[in-house]
Write a protein that binds this ligand. Sequence first.
Ligand SMILES: [Fe+2]
Length: 374
Amino acid sequence: MVNTKTLKSSELIDLIADRIAHNADWRESFGDLLEYISTRLATGCGFIRLYNYISNRYLSPISVNNSQKNPIIDGIFDQLADERVPIALPAEYSDYLSGEMQYSAIGIPFVRNGEYLGGLVLAGGEGEGVLDGHFHDLLAFAPYLIPLFESAVLQEILLSNYLDAIETLAVALEAKDPFTRGHSNMVTAYAVAVARKMGLEAQRLQSIEIGAMMHDIGKIGVPDDILKKPGKLTEREFEIVKRHPVIGEEILRPMQHPLFNIPRSITRWHHERIDGNGYPDGLKGEQIPLEARICFVSDAYEAMTSDRSYRNSLPPEQAFDELKRNSGTQFDPDIVSVLCELLGPMVTKPNPETGDRVPEGAEVISEEGTKEED
Ligand SMILES: [Fe+2]
């Protein structure tokens, strides 16, 4: 069979060079790459999987035209990892796509310095055996793709190491301040829910998840006697506590991975108010990254609705009122609306016997007029 579809080396190399130059997210890069190759070759479906050779496991696949889990595709990837040689599967062995028609499949492994980095599998097409003639073309292109695979795998290994380091820091902070861990978990749940409702895409949600978990990590640098003080802080002590966003950002600064840009900004700016009266930098309005504004509202809501050693919690409805009362000065009104809309249906009713909505002794209003959680 004569193939009329071909890969254009110049286009492919331009695409790869552009992605490397712009340090683009590897999932997006590989998605575009797969789309390009599959379209040029008119294949039925295509898959790329990266292999973390430190943890010895594949990362979740990128696919075009078929995202279904398929045991034969899995088998091809397993064989690529084990044998590290290209695979050309004739059509008569690969009737897995339709169950009736038969298609050929190609598997290409990517290896650098003896480490298996992942594989590319193409299957199907506009007729039986359509891929057979592309096997050698793809083999010729494979070396161009190795830097992209290597860069992506290294990014993933780095990310995995950073997440381990962060877990260690979180455990250390928990030991120092048992309250923070539970608080950070709840802030994270609220922030991710709000961000999802606002339509932020998956990678930003993942960054928000990391950032919200880490937002108070700088408290590791605040002395215990201040952090655990049961009563009201003196002005000097509060000034020390106010350093925690800057300390937190410094802790995360060495973690140079695209997923950590947002967590760094959340950590530094989760106490910035939209009227410019927050800290540490006094940013205003949209100068404050959206993710940090989301965490600020989530942080305040969680703080108001949780018991502390020195005060009781507010009921959710009253916390909503506080957020709304301070919309436009302290908090971003759009974010407050989304959080109230999301959590409103979940709030518990006031005690039917006493009618109490605010526990006695609740002191959540700061001198500024609202709760400021540190
Ligand atoms: Fe904080």
